[in-house]
Design a protein around this ligand. Structure first.
Ligand code: NAP
Length: 247
């Protein structure tokens, strides 16, 4: 129970990796604010947590890209939970396409969700974390932010931006006892990757030394470590959880 008496906010907690992270942190004692765009998805995760630990979770529906709405949601969370110890910026989307044909809308949607979304939530929790003299912020980036990918210029830019953001904020708040790190998943089995063709999966699999795709729980384990007391001397880092794809 590494997170007893702690409160965590997990964005994109309605499905996939965020769902696994919310369950893992709650399983180790945290109270969890489950944030998602779709109310029903956030509620489903919160219900699952509350089924095992009554009143340990609440659901919040908000578009992370909406600065004013995120401020409001963060205030509501702080009002209801009193404190925030862990923020996991996990919400993310893809709108793939070659740059020649990429619409400005697809560029904006990905940058606004994946990068501005993290800015919005981080800014909203920083003051309370500073007042508490501690906290953990974990940003879910991607190996694509490190190596790029044809057809994902918007996604790669958002995830590389998130790495720069992570390192800058880590420097800004280290003296306040707040650690800020990023996790770069490789290919993880979720809705986001279920759309990939068998051929693309096979090609990617050939590039993974450990020989299999990852599971949402693999990312949840890394988040739990970085959020825990054992990681107190780690900040500004990018941890690849990718079966060895990028080394
Ligand atoms: P997913 O299954 O598609 O789930 C995405 C989650 O993010 C959903 O809960 C979704 O909310 C939420 N979300 C999307 N846009 C949002 C917005 N504007 N406001 C609030 N919530 C929003 O994706 P995933 O595979 O779990 O990915 C989670 C994170 O890991 C993403 O940042 C992704 O880029 C990163 N990642 C994934 C992989 C992979 O292989 N899967 C690899 C590298 C990095 P709703 O459910 O309400 O729609």
């Amino acid at each position: 129970m590494r997170f007893q008496n702690q409160t965590a906010i997990v964005t994109g907690a309605g499905r996939g990796i965020g769902h696994a992270i919310a369950l893992r942190l709650a399983g180790e004692g945290a109270r969890v604010a489950c944030v998602s765009r779709t109310e029903a998805n956030a509620q489903k995760t919160a219900d699952e947590i509350n089924g095992a630990r009554p009143d340990a979770a609440r659901a919040y529906a908000v578009d992370v890209a909406d600065h004013a709405a995120v401020q409001q949601t963060a205030e509501q969370i702080l009002g209801e939970f009193d404190r925030v110890d862990i923020l996991v910026n996990n919400a993310g989307v893809t709108r793939d396409g070659l740059l020649m044909r990429m619409s400005a809308d697809d560029w904006d949607t990905v940058l606004n969700t994946n990068l501005k979304g993290a800015f919005n939530f981080t800014q909203a929790v920083l003051r309370p974390m500073i007042r508490q003299r501690g906290g953990r912020i974990i940003n879910i980036t991607s190996v694509i932010g490190l190596i790029g990918n044809a057809g994902q210029a918007n996604y790669a830019a958002s995830k590389a931006g998130l790495i720069g953001f992570t390192k800058s904020i880590a420097r800004e708040v280290a003296s306040r006892g707040i650690c800020v790190n990023a996790i770069a998943p490789g290919l993880i089995e979720t809705d986001m990757t279920s759309v990939l063709s068998e051929e693309i999966r096979k090609t990617i699999l050939g590039k993974i030394p450990l020989g299999s795709l990852g599971k949402p729980d693999d990312i949840a384990s890394a988040v739990a470590f970085l959020a825990s007391a054992e990681a107190r001397y780690i900040t500004g880092q990018v941890l690849c959880v990718d079966g060895g794809m990028v080394m």
